[in-house]
Design a protein around this ligand. Structure first.
Ligand SMILES: Cc1ncc(COP(=O)(O)O)c(C=O)c1O
Length: 334
């Protein structure tokens, strides 16, 4: 019997902002492992299983690995994941808890040369040993990526002329959303950290080629310093006449704190890049007050406890004996 790979991913909520009219959040963080990568993994692992594969090797900044580890546990597929040394704790623990073998490689996803070396090695290994290589990019895994395109169609069913803001690392997610938007009236905006602006700089300068950069961004998931799907993203941008912009890490962390404190949305920093981009696009009048704006909340707050700890430190807890509790509560509860 054919086994269907699914954990119930997709069809994620689209919620309105509690503060701003016409601002919406697409909660990809509500996917089973906490990021949009569950959509990708469901499609890609299905392809692997249908082809008789029983093992895979993957690269990940964290979320692909978490999603893949969960699906592999369920489907009894052996899974080895190569990650960057600084992958956030929440994502690493997820992979390990599901039983994936995790290998940390310093410089991977940060330095272009190390990243290229690792990818080449895995490609060789995958070809030589017949083990599936899982990377969330069209360049390597177009079948899985095609499942991500549904993010756009789900939004457009409800908001046919939406302005969709997409956090960009390697460029695969943007390419998928842009493809999903097709010939619709939607506009799709690529938002990249200033410290890793592969797509935005090529788009601004009219280049087709992607220049590798020395990434300085601290936003996990968005530090992809050379062309994986970046050139595809630039082609998509030109084809649909869409737009791209950069945001600083500080603007991303500020947007994350706003989402936590004012929208009740528990997200990782990469996910908040979309709102940081939407704010900038508004300030530049790329979008007006009558436009519907959708920010993709691509990953959950549990993924990156360090960034959450910074936001939490503004609201320290207190410890009191039960006898002193009444006075404290009377002073505070209104
Ligand atoms: C939470 C999150 N948002 C956005 C992205 C960017 O996706 P892409 O690398 O396809 O541009 C990633 C990639 O890992 C991610 O984990």
């Amino acid at each position: 019997m054919r086994r269907t790979v699914t954990l119930g991913e997709g069809r994620t909520p689209l919620v309105e902002s509690s503060r701003e009219p016409r601002l919406y959040f697409k909660l990809e963080s509500a996917n089973p492992s906490g990021s949009y990568k569950d959509r990708f993994v469901a499609g890609e692992l299905q392809r692997v299983l249908d082809g008789g594969g029983r093992a895979c090797v993957a690269t990940s900044s964290g979320n692909t690995g978490s999603a893949l580890a969960a699906a592999c546990a369920r489907c009894d597929v052996a899974c080895t994941i190569v990650v960057n040394e600084a992958a956030p704790e929440g994502k690493l623990r997820q992979m390990q808890a599901h039983g994936a073998r995790v290998i940390r490689v310093p410089g991977f996803t940060v330095q272009a040369a190390v990243t290229a070396q690792v990818l080449e090695l895995l490609e060789d290994l995958s070809r030589g040993q017949g083990i599936a290589m899982v990377v969330s990019a069209y360049r390597y895994c177009p079948v899985g990526m095609s499942r991500v395109e549904a993010i756009a169609t789900e939004i457009l069913e409800l908001l046919p002329a939406a302005n969709v803001f997409v956090p960009v690392g390697g460029g695969g997610l943007f390419s998928a959303v842009s493809r999903g938007a097709g010939a619709s009236a939607a506009r799709v905006f690529a938002v990249q950290p200033e410290g890793c602006n592969t797509v935005v700089s090529a788009w601004r300068e009219g280049r087709a080629d992607i220049d590798p950069v020395a990434s300085t961004t601290r936003i996990s998931g968005l530090a992809v310093p050379f062309d994986i799907d970046a050139s595809l993203a630039v082609r998509q941008l030109r084809q649909r006449n869409d737009r791209a912009l950069t945001v600083t890490d500080a603007e991303v962390f500020d947007a994350q704190r706003y989402m936590l404190a004012a929208e009740g949305i528990y997200c990782e920093p990469a996910a908040a890049a979309a709102l940081a981009g939407a704010r900038k696009a508004r300030a530049q009048r790329w979008i007006g007050p009558e436009d519907d704006v959708v920010c993709l909340v691509t990953g959950h707050g549990f993924k990156d406890p360090d960034s959450i700890a910074v936001a939490a430190s503004a609201h320290p807890d207190r410890k009191v004996d039960a006898g002193a509790l009444r006075d404290l509560l009377m002073a505070e509860v209104r």
